[in-house]
Write a protein that binds this ligand. Structure first.
Ligand code: KIV
Ligand code: ZN
Length: 556
């Protein structure tokens, strides 16, 4: 069989040219606050959908975005789509726009389209008119077949029409935004020139700023290069005080979030993106991830994502795209550790965290509980898991703190079970395995009926008489020893003619509702073999004797 001829040929690509930027500042900066967010789910996100949203679905999405706390929402491209037009009208006429939310619409640089966009916006209290035209070298030369002057003229003429339309509808508070579309494929000095030309029309001031949005319409370089572009632009743009630098990154190289974050270090004040990163090709910048990244650094993201699970389910349903199980912060598996050493570390750190207030837990960048995730999801058990994970599950489920020797013993049993089954072992199954292995007794087992202990003259020395029972057979045992357990062992040895050594013993208090109980763990060595038993009782001596009997029963 012959394979198809390989087309894979890196020689046809060229490396992106770095920006000449003397003494770049952004690598020394840190993020200290959230940028202004603008959701473009209803425009860029919607444009990328196999099945664009209906007006009803757009309204659901809009309400969700408002609930999350977006103050700027790009709601559509009303001059190009009737459905977007109808939706914008419904938002305005139906009074659905809260006073503190500004809607934005996108318009191309064509007079008829601009006028139609203003028609769609009639009666709105405040709005952002977002003008774009493509400025990249490849588009100028191969798509529009125009020189730079021609492209600049298109933008400037459109900016004038927008200003005129806005002046004619002065009851609305208008704001303007310009995007040199394909900014990343545009020579930096030309991007600056065209933005300055548009601003000469709009005359921005600190009170009436213009948004200059610099999109990586196609992500073409590493995010540090994009950050250089933004820093260079911010340094050279005229009317700097009247300009809000905005970024709008796409994810072609998988770095849309990093690019937006680094752009903020470099001076960007506003970030456009979508929830879950839906958008053309590999998508837009995922605002949820960037916001949560800020949150994880102790910065208020200014968006309420505490309900992220419900939000992502709703978004996923609306856009008809599944959420990947490893989607940062949201995916089903992103807080889960299967590996034994990770589970062990998480288990230990969680104990330390309970005593403090600063989150510092190995393998978990944020507290899953902040996003409504349960700790049960954190540690899941399969054949790669170890003692820490199994101990963690039992502690969560039963409040039991297994001693280390029993953690090792029981985790081996669970691992063998997982290997045998060939799949994950649920928390319920782990509890059942534990109870069957160490606690449960059958009719054929001995159980404790009563005991009576008397102290000898030597306070260490104990005399014990115990009644144990198996079905209808009850026997009375008695013995003396150093401590209660020792006395019990003496009595059993005498009765069953068996040499027994206690090799491990521990107990801890257990709170069940309002009641305190004792949990005892015993390991015996009998005829060279080890047997472990566990028991729980309100009376600590009863718990210890019963645990010893449970271990004996395993032997018998
Ligand atoms: O990706 C892009 O360049 C856009 C612009 C219209 C801002 O979506
Ligand atoms: Zn875009």
């Amino acid at each position: 069989m012959s394979l198809p001829t390989a087309q894979f040929n890196h020689h046809k690509y060229q490396a992106f040219k770095p920006v000449e930027l003397a003494q770049r500042q952004w690598p020394n900066n840190t993020l200290v606050e959230a940028p202004t967010w603008c959701s473009v789910d209803l425009r860029d996100g919607n444009q990328a959908l196999v099945e664009p949203l209906s007006v009803v679905q757009k309204m659901q999405m809009f309400k969700l975005l408002v609930e999350i706390g977006f103050k700027e929402i790009e709601v559509g491209f009303p001059s190009a789509s009737q459905s977007d037009y109808d939706f914008v009208r419904e938002l305005i006429v139906g009074g659905h726009i809260p006073d503190d939310v500004t809607i934005a619409i996108l318009t191309p640089a064509r007079e008829s389209f601009i006028r139609r966009s203003f028609e769609a916006l009639e009666g709105v209290k405040k709005a952002l008119v977002h003008l774009y035209n493509s400025t990249s070298k490849v588009q100028r030369e191969q798509v529009f077949k125009l020189e730079k002057e021609g492209i600049t003229r298109i933008a400037v003429e459109a900016a004038k029409v927008i200003k005129q339309c806005a002046d004619e509808a002065s009851q609305t508070q208008w704001r303007f935004q310009y995007s040199p579309e394909s900014f990343t494929g545009t020579e930096l000095d030309y991007a600056l020139e065209i933005c300055n030309a548009v601003n000469e029309v709009w005359q921005p001031t600190a009170e009436q700023p213009v948004i200059l949005n610099l999109p990586s319409t196609v992500e073409m370089s590493m995010p540090n290069v994009y950050a250089d572009q933004i820093e260079w632009f911010a340094k050279h743009i005229a009317h700097r005080d009247g300009v809000i630098i905005s970024v709008h990154t796409h994810n072609d190289r998988g770095c849309a979030i990093a690019a937006a974050e680094m752009a903020c270090l470099a001076g960007a004040q506003r970030v456009e993106g979508t929830l879950l990163g839906n958008g053309e090709r590999t998508g837009n910048m995922d605002i949820i991830i960037m916001a949560m990244n800020l949150y994880s650094q102790g910065i208020d993201p200014q968006l309420d994502l505490s309900n992220i699970q419900t939000i992502s389910q709703q978004i996923s349903q609306l856009i008809q795209l599944p959420v990947h199980p490893r989607h940062p912060y949201i995916g089903e598996l992103v807080f889960t550790a299967f590996s034994g050493s990770h589970q062990d570390a998480i288990n230990k750190c969680m104990k330390v965290y309970q005593a403090g207030d600063k989150w510092e837990v190995a393998y978990l960048p944020i507290d899953p509980a902040d996003l409504g995730r349960s700790y049960e999801e954190v540690i899941r058990i399969n054949s790669q898991s170890g003692k820490g994970g199994v101990a963690y599950i039992l502690e969560q489920a039963l409040g039991v703190q297994l001693p280390r020797w029993l953690q090792i013993e029981f985790s081996q049993q669970v691992q063998a079970y997982a290997e045998n089954q060939g799949h994950e072992v649920s928390a319920e199954k782990i509890v059942t395995l534990f109870e069957e292995s160490y606690i449960d007794s059958s009719d054929a087992d001995w159980s404790l009926n009563t005991y009576n202990m008397t102290q000898q003259f030597d306070p260490q020395q104990k005399s014990l008489s115990v009644q144990i029972q198996k079905q209808d057979q009850a026997i009375q045992l008695s013995g003396e020893g150093v401590g209660t357990l020792d006395a019990f062992v003496q009595s059993i040895e005498a009765h069953f003619k068996q040499v027994i050594t206690i090799v491990e013993y521990s107990e801890h208090a257990l709170q069940i509702g309002n009641e305190a109980q004792a949990m005892s763990f015993v390991r015996l060595k009998i005829a060279g073999q080890l047997y472990s038993g566990v028991a729980k009782h309100r009376d600590v001596i009863n718990a210890s004797l019963s645990a010893l009997l449970a271990a004996m029963n395993r032997f018998r």
